[in-house]
Every structure is written in structure tokens, then in C-alpha cells.
Design a protein around this ligand. Sequence first.
Ligand SMILES: [Zn+2]
Length: 527
Amino acid sequence: MFKLPEGRYCGYLRKSRADIEAESRGEGDTYKRHEKILFDLATRYNINLSKIYREKPISGERITERPEVISLLEDVENERWTGVLVVEVERLARGDTMDQGIVAQAFKFSETLIVTPMRIYNPLNRDDEEYFEFGLFMSRREFKTINRRQQDGRLGGVDEGRYVANIAPYGYTRVKLPGKGFTLEKHPAQAPIVELVFRLYTDPDPTKRMGTALIAAYLNEKQIPSAKGKKWIVATINSMLRNIHYIGYVKWGQRALKKKRDSKSRPRKSLADFFHKKGLHPAIIGEDTFYKAQEILYGSPQRSAPSKKLSNPLAGIIRCGMCGGAMQRKPYRGRNNQTPPSLICSTQYCKNVGSYFDIVEKKIILGLKQWLAEYKSRWLETRPEDLEKDNIKLRVNQDTLRRLGTKLSELTEQKKEVYTLLEKKVYTHEMFFERMNDITREMTEINNVIEKVKEEITLEENQATAVKETIPKIEHVLQSYFLEEDPEVQNAMIRSILSKVIYTKEKGGRWSGLENQFEIEIHPRKY
Ligand SMILES: [Zn+2]
């Protein structure tokens, strides 16, 4: 059976004119019947419904006459739901093709599933053409016309300087305009961060400028949350630096481009590709600063692809302790190649000081030898005790697993009871959802613990055998590493035992006598 992805699901109910007529002939409550269909569907796919949108019986057939479908579409556009359950797809849109276009568009852009007892409409499935057309009313041509008409509508908003997207860019909040539409207002906490990012990136003194990776690291270090409350990444900083809303412009076009999936290699779009116009909202960044940032962004060439032949045996392993970027091996330089290869951070303006490559390489192998010696002695000397301890831990973990399994089946039973109580009308819908959500939350928590315990058990079970096989393997790598001349082979060897090395050097020049004053942090693979 097809499995629905985990996530948040809701249902939508609407009576058709035929339903209302049938009811007047005394054929029973349509909503009661349809609700049962949706709950059965939810049980079949093992999902919970967090909300049911229920259209008032007197509502019309067109979207504009149906307040609940409008609120549903708003939530769909804001990516609130993983999927929407309906008894048949016609309940969402019927009659007028314009309505179908609006519904199709909302579901397509937010990649929201439509689940019916007959089939699942999946916008993530590129072949599921029917999804976009709902397989019912619309020819592709009609859909395209509607699509264009809607884009024009959005562009109308842009023409008047309104903000037409659903979510405000970082640094702003979206506010309702007195008449129609929305505009942006500066976010008191976020706007200064936007200013800071641009200032760090475009400092008048080029030696003080920070690259995108360094800025991301800087903000994370200062524990400034990103828009989604997560860590900053290079891509976010990059898109921030390109966002013309910060100089008071509005645009349209990007979202549609982002979601377009038919061409794999899409040329990078420049500002000229977007429709833009002076907006109604205040700027955060001056135009001079913004265009300076564009100059730096587009002026610095994309990092060239690495040459086919690997020359750095530590490639993919050694990272910068200051910015988190990759450390590079710079080949021999100078007349007669008298300067040996060095190891430097590849991030522009990162303050991490480089070293001679071979010194670092030797120190890593030495460090690994020390680590292995400790690992071996710990394993060999305290082995019987460890085994005993591991045994107890393993038993406890297995007990926990059994206990949680029982608890989980109890909760599944409770879920069934809750359905029964709703059917018997002991529970109201509010009570039903509240209880259902409690159970789901508890099940999710238990599942998380089960995953963790299972991981621990596998680790414990594998450890004994793994260690026996691993020690000789590591010993072999350490003995033969410097005998090997092909950097690619060396890289494979070192990757087999190391997951990463962090390199930090605060100060020192080539002639300062501080060649060895760096720190390395070795992270062997977990066995
Ligand atoms: Zn760095």
C-alpha cells in the first residue's frame, strides 16, 4: 500500500447542491457520512487529521462564496499542510474553470497532496499530469491561460508597489494595507542584522570584509537566530545579499522560477530577469551598499571545479577551525619551486593562518598513532569489565525497547477508542482533535526514543566484532600512509579511519618561528 509522508493533514467538507437536495428528501446528514469517509481514509493511511474545514451548507459553489475554502487555500499556500483529505476532488473546485486554476496553483506551488478514497494527487510526482489539471475539467491550454492571468494579477500588485508574496523576507514583517494587499515594515530585531550582514560583506576596507561563509559563522557564534530560528548557512546569506526588497523594491518572478522543475540546468538569473519596481515599503540598505555587494558577488568568479587528479591527500577531511570552510593545499610556488606546498583556508578574508602542508600531515598521523595506542590499551586492558558493563546496558536497552513497544500498541488501541467515541457522539469534534493530538504527540515522542535506543543497541552489538577487525586496519593505514605516493590512495586510506580534522592557527608568519603553533582536533570514525 502507498504510504503517505509523515506530516500535518486536514480535511475539507462541502455539500453539493445534489447533497442538499438529497437531504431535503430525508436521505441523512451528508457531513456525517463524509466525515466517516475521511476518518476511515485517515485510519487507512495511518495519519491524523488536525483540522476539518467545514463549509456552511448555504455557501455557494464558487470559491469567493465559500469562506472555508479561502481559509484552506491560504493555509495551503503558506505550506501549513502536507495533504488535504476530501471525499472527491470536485469538492475543492467545481463549475467554473477559473476556480480550478486557483486551487491547482495553490496546491502545486506548495507541493501539497490531495488525498481522496479513489486516488492521491501528488504534485511532487512530475508525471502526475492529472494533478495539475485535476484530470477532470481542464485541458492543459486552459490551465496555462489561467496561470498567465494569475501572474498578471500578481504583477498588478507589484505595479502598485505592494508586497505580493506570502512570507516577508528576513528583516521585515508583512502588514496589511488599508485598501487591498500587503506591504512590508521593518522588523525591529531583524533589520539591524540585515544592515550588519551588508556592512560585513562590503566594508570599505577590503581586508576587513567577510565572505558569506564567515558571516554565517559569525552570526551563529553570536547566537543570532535565522528567520526559521535555525543556524545560518551560506545560501541564506547569499540570497540576502541579492534581495532587492532591502533597497525598497518589490519584484515578482522568483517563486515561479524556484518551483519550476522541468529544466535541470537553469542559468543563474540576474536582477534584470525579475520584474521590479519601487515598493511601498522602507529600504533597510542604501543603494550604493547594495550595488557594491552585487559587484563583489558577481565580480568574484565561482570557485573553479577541482582538477580531475586529486593532489590533496587530506581533501574532504580537513576543515577550518575559524570559519568551518574547507582547507586547501596550495602547491609549490616561487622560482624553482622552492616554497613547499602549504595548507590554507579557502574562505576569503578568513583569519586562520596557514602552515606548511607536510608539517600538518605529519602531526595528524602522529596524533592518530597516539589515539590508536590509547584506544588499544583501553580496549585490551579493561575489556572484561567493559564487556560486563556493555552487557548490562544492552539488557536494559532491550527491556526499554519491549516496554516502549507495549506502550505504543496501547496508544494505537486508544486511538481506535477515540474514533469510536466520536462515532458514538460521546466526543465532540474539539474533544476528538484534542485527544487525538495528545496521543499523536506521545506516539511521536516514544518513536523518537525507540530510534535512539535501537541505534545504541546496534552500536553495542557491533562494537565487539568491529574493534577486533578495526585495530589492525588502522595500524596498517598508519604504517603505510607515508610509503604511498598517490594522493588519491592516501586520501582513501585516511578517509577510512578519520571523519574530520579541524585546523586552527591564531598567529604566526612564515618566518616567525611559529610553524608548529597550530592546533588540530582529530575526529576518528566511530567504531
Ligand atoms: Zn577559515
